[in-house]
Design a protein around this ligand. Structure first.
Ligand code: BGC
Length: 737
C-alpha cells in the first residue's frame, strides 16, 4: 500500500528570503543621488505606444508595459541606462496570464486540476517565454475569489475557495519567479487585484463591493497573504471601492494589512488608470488630490494615468506628501529592480534561439489541459471503445482555434492551436472516421441553418461529439453576462442532436460555469474543459479515447438555475438550513393559506442544492473512501492532528482521484462556514489498488478572524470530512482544547 501525506498551508515555506543587505545599501546610495523628480519618475509607468524616449532620458519613466519586441525593449533600455542621468533600468511589464506564446488552460481551468504542479509549471513556461523577449514582470496571478458566474473575470482567477486559490496562487508565484528573479527564465509576479474585486455587485465588472471586515479577512485576503508568504514581488490594487473606499486609496489595505501585518517588501502598482479612478469614484475632487491620497495610502507606482508625475512635485513642496513617503515607494520599486538583476544585466539577449512553443512547453500545456477537464456525467459511453468507427464532430467550439485559447492571450498564436478536430484527425484519424459539421458557426450565432447538416452527420455516425460553449470574448475583463446558458442556436443544436438517438457526448469550452442543466439531461456524457489553450484539442482527444482518464474537479459550484447565484459551498450556517424534504412549487395546493412551508432557506422552484457541488468531478474509474480516522480525538493549541482515510480504486481503469479534506468549526465567536476545504491531494491508483491518504492538520489551519478581529483557532468541537467533493459524507469529530 502506498502512503500519501499532505502538510497543510500553515507550513508553506517562505521561498524568497530577506534581500541581502548590499541591495539595501545600493538603494540608499542611489536614493541619495536622486532628485525629487527622478524619484517620482520611478513611480511612473506608461504604456508602449506613447512617446517615451524623451521621458526615459529625463528619468521620468520607471516602467513600461505592453512592449514585446525585444529589439525595442533593448533600444528603450539603452536610453534609460546610457542616456538618463543615473542610468536606472526600466522594468517592463505585460499581462502574461496563462501563457505567453504557448497558451495553457485559463486559470479557472488550471484550478480544476487541483494540482499546484500544473499551476507552477504553467507559470514557469510563461515566464521563460516572456522573459526571452525582455518582459520582466507579469500582471498575474489573479487571486480574486469569485462566487458569481456573471463576472467575466472569474476566468482569470482560481475559483471560489480561498484555500485552493492560496495553494495554486502561491504555486504560480513560485513558477513565475523561479529560484531567482534574476534568472533569464524568471519574471516578477504581480498578485492582483487587491482587494475584493471578484465580489463586484451583480457580477458587473468594476462595480462596488460590500465585503464586511470578517469576510474580507477570512475569505478575500487569504490567497493574497499566502502569495506574499510565497514571495510575490509586486501587488496590484483593484478598481472597486469596498464600502466606499477605493482600493488605490485604501490605507488600511496597503499599509495596515500589507506592510505592517504581512511585512510585504515588494512594490504596489495601481491598476490601469485607477489613480484617476479615485476622481471618477468621487473619492477625490481632482487628479492632484488623487495623487496625494494614493501615494499617502501606500501605492508605489501608478499605471498610465500620470497623476504622480504631474502633481507629486507640488504635493511634496506643499508638504501634503512627505519626501520620506516618496523615498519609501522608490525604495520598494528599486528593490525589485535589483532582485531582477536589471542593474547588472538590463538587456535581453536577442541572439538566443527562440523558446516559443518548445516541445516541453507544449507537453506541459497538454498535460495541464488534460488535468483541467472535469467529467460531469458518463453513462458508460466514455471512453470511446473499439466499436466506434465513425464520430460526428459538431458544434461551434470543435474547431475554433482562437476561442479555445480563452481570454487574455495577447501574444498567443491561433495558428498553433490544436483544436479537437485537428487532434482527432491527427491522433485518431486512422482508427475512426471523423465527420465534421459545425451546426452553429460560432457560440453567439442565432442561425439554425447549419443544424440539419449536423443532424445528418450525426445520423451517419456511431457517436456524436458536440463541442459547445462560449467564445473567448464572452469572458474576461469587462465581459459580464446577465444570462449564461448556452448562447445562440447552441441549445437547439443539442436538442436536435438528442433526437437523432445516437450516443451524445457534450464537451463544454467556456470561461465560466455555464448553466447547463438541459444539455446535461440530453447528454450521455459531458466533459467541461473551460478554455483549454493551445493543446486543448489533443488533451480532449486523449480523454475521449481513454488514453487520459479525467481527474479534474470543479473549482466553483455549478448552479442549476441562474437565479440561484451567488451559490458557493463554504457559506455560513443559516438559522434555517434546508433539510431536503421541503415542499416544492408543484406541491403547493391552490389558494393555499399563508404558511412558512418548510421554514428553511431555499427556492420553491430550484431547491437549495446546486447542479454540481464544489470539488465535484467523475473519473472513468470509481473510488471508494473508507475507514476515516484521526490519530487523536483532542487537540491542544500548536498541535497537529492527522486524518487518514483508505482510498480504493474500485473501477477498471488506472486513474487519479483528488482526495479532499473539509472541516467545520461547530461553534465560533462569529458564525462559521458549513464546510471549508483544508487540504487536497491527487492520488493515482491502479484498478483495484488501495492506499492510505493522510492529511496533517495544524491548529493554525483552523484559525480565523473572530469577533475581536484577531486570528486564532478557537477551542471547541470540529467535524472533519474526507471525500471526492464538498459533499463528502465520511465524517469524524475532534475537539480543540
Ligand atoms: C486590468 C489588469 C491588467 C491591466 C494592464 C487592467 O485593465 O484590470 O488586470 O493587468 O489592465 O493590462
Amino acid at each position: 500500500m502506498k502512503k500519501y501525506c499532505l502538510i497543510l498551508a500553515a507550513s508553506l515555506p517562505l521561498l524568497l528570503g530577506a534581500q541581502p543587505q548590499q541591495d539595501e545599501q545600493k538603494i540608499n546610495d542611489l536614493l541619495a543621488k536622486m532628485t525629487l523628480e527622478e524619484k517620482i519618475g520611478q513611480m511612473n509607468q506608461l504604456s508602449y505606444g506613447d512617446k517615451l524616449d524623451d521621458g526615459i532620458k529625463a528619468g521620468q519613466i520607471g516602467s513600461i508595459l505592453n512592449i514585446v519586441d525585444p529589439a525595442e525593449v533593448n533600444r528603450l533600455q539603452a536610453i534609460a541606462v546610457k542616456e538618463s542621468r543615473l542610468g536606472i533600468p526600466l522594468i517592463i511589464g505585460r499581462d502574461v496570464i496563462h501563457g505567453f506564446k504557448t497558451i495553457f488552460p485559463i486559470p479557472i481551468g488550471q484550478a480544476a486540476s487541483f494540482n499546484p504542479e500544473v499551476a507552477e509549471e504553467s507559470a514557469a513556461v510563461a515566464a521563460a517565454e516572456a522573459r526571452s523577449v525582455g518582459i520582466h514582470w507579469t500582471f498575474a496571478p489573479m487571486l480574486d475569489i469569485s462566487r458569481d458566474p456573471r463576472w467575466g473575470r472569474l476566468a482569470e482567477g482560481l475559483g471560489e475557495d480561498p484555500y485552493l486559490a492560496s495553494v495554486l496562487g502561491s504555486a504560480m508565484v513560485r513558477g513565475f519567479q523561479g529560484k531567482n528573479l534574476s534568472d533569464s527564465t524568471s519574471v516578477a509576479a504581480c498578485i492582483k487585484h487587491f482587494a475584493g474585486y471578484g465580489a463586484a455587485e451583480g457580477g458587473r465588472d468594476y462595480n462596488s463591493t460590500n465585503i464586511p471586515p470578517h469576510l474580507m479577512r477570512n475569505v478575500y485576503l487569504e490567497p493574497f497573504k499566502a502569495a506574499v508568504e510565497a514571495g510575490a514581488a509586486t501587488l496590484m490594487t483593484s478598481f472597486n471601492e469596498n464600502d466606499g473606499i477605493p482600493s488605490s486609496g485604501n490605507t488600511f489595505l496597503l499599509k495596515t494589512v500589507l506592510r505592517n501585518e504581512w511585512k510585504f517588501d515588494g512594490f504596489v502598482v495601481s491598476d490601469w488608470g485607477s489613480v484617476n479612478g479615485l476622481v471618477t469614484h468621487g473619492f477625490c475632487a481632482d487628479q492632484k488630490e488623487a495623487a496625494m491620497k494614493a501615494t499617502n495610502a501606500g501605492l508605489d507606482m501608478e499605471m498610465v494615468s500620470r497623476a504622480y508625475i504631474r502633481h507629486l512635485p507640488d504635493l511634496v513642496k506643499e508638504r501634503k506628501v512627505s519626501e520620506q513617503t516618496i523615498d519609501e515607494a522608490v525604495r520598494n520599486i528599486l528593490r525589485i529592480k535589483f532582485r531582477l538583476g536589471l542593474f547588472d544585466n538590463p538587456y535581453v539577449d536577442v541572439s538566443k534561439p527562440s523558446v516559443f512553443y518548445a516541445d516541453k512547453h507544449l507537453q506541459a500545456a497538454q498535460k495541464a489541459a488534460g488535468q483541467s477537464v472535469v467529467l460531469l456525467k458518463n453513462n458508460g459511453i466514455l471512453p470511446l471503445g473499439n466499436m466506434v468507427k465513425t464520430v460526428a464532430l459538431v458544434g461551434p467550439m470543435a474547431d475554433a482555434p482562437h476561442d479555445q485559447l480563452g481570454t487574455w492571450i495577447f501574444d498567443g498564436d491561433k495558428t498553433r492551436t490544436i483544436t479537437p478536430l485537428a487532434a482527432l484527425q491527427q491522433q485518431y484519424g486512422k482508427q475512426v472516421k471523423i465527420i465534421h459539421e459545425k451546426g452553429v458557426a460560432y457560440s453567439r450565432d442565432k442561425s439554425a441553418s447549419g443544424i440539419p447538416a449536423a443532424v445528418k452527420a450525426a445520423q451517419s455516425a456511431d457517436v456524436v461529439v458536440a463541442v459547445v460553449g462560449e467564445e473567448a470574448i464572452l469572458s474576461g475583463e469587462a465581459h459580464s453576462l446577465a444570462e449564461w446558458e448556452l448562447k445562440g442556436a447552441q441549445k437547439q443544436l443539442i436538442a436536435e442532436l438528442k433526437k437523432v438517438g445516437k450516443p451524445l457526448v457534450v464537451i463544454v469550452m467556456a470561461g465560466r460555469p455555464l448553466t447547463i442543466q438541459q444539455e446535461l439531461n440530453a447528454a450521455d456524457a459531458m466533459l467541461y474543459s473551460f478554455h483549454p489553450g493551445t493543446m486543448g484539442g489533443s488533451a480532449l482527444a486523449d480523454i475521449l479515447f481513454g488514453k487520459v482518464v479525467p481527474s479534474g474537479k470543479l473549482p466553483m459550484t455549478f448552479p442549476r438555475e441562474n437565479g440561484q447565484v451567488p451559490m458557493y459551498y463554504n457559506h455560513n450556517h443559516t438559522s434555517h438550513a434546508f433539510r431536503g424534504n421541503e415542499k416544492m412549487i408543484d406541491d403547493i395546493p391552490l389558494e393555499a393559506v399563508q404558511t412558512s412551508l418548510g421554514n428553511s432557506s431555499y427556492y420553491l422552484d430550484a431547491g437549495a442544492s446546486p447542479l454540481f457541488p464544489f470539488g465535484f468531478g467523475l473519473s472513468y474509474s470509481t473510488f471508494e473512501y473508507s475507514d476515516l480516522r484521526l490519530d487523536k480525538a483532542t487537540l491542544k493549541q500548536g498541535e497537529t492532528v492527522t486524518a487518514t482515510v483508505t482510498l480504493k480504486n474500485t473501477g477498471k481503469h488506472e486513474a487519479t482521484e483528488v482526495a479532499q479534506l473539509y472541516v467545520r468549526d461547530l461553534t465560533g465567536s462569529i458564525a462559521r462556514p458549513v464546510k471549508e476545504l483544508k487540504g487536497f491531494r491527487r492520488v493515482s491508483l491502479k484498478a483495484g489498488e488501495s492506499t492510505e491518504v493522510s492529511f496533517a492538520l495544524h491548529t493554525d489551519d483552523l484559525a480565523f478572524y473572530g469577533i475581536d478581529m484577531k486570528k486564532a483557532a478557537e477551542p471547541g468541537a470540529f467535524k472533519l470530512w474526507v471525500g471526492g467533493d464538498s459533499n463528502a459524507k465520511l465524517e469524524v469529530e475532534f475537539d480543540l482544547q
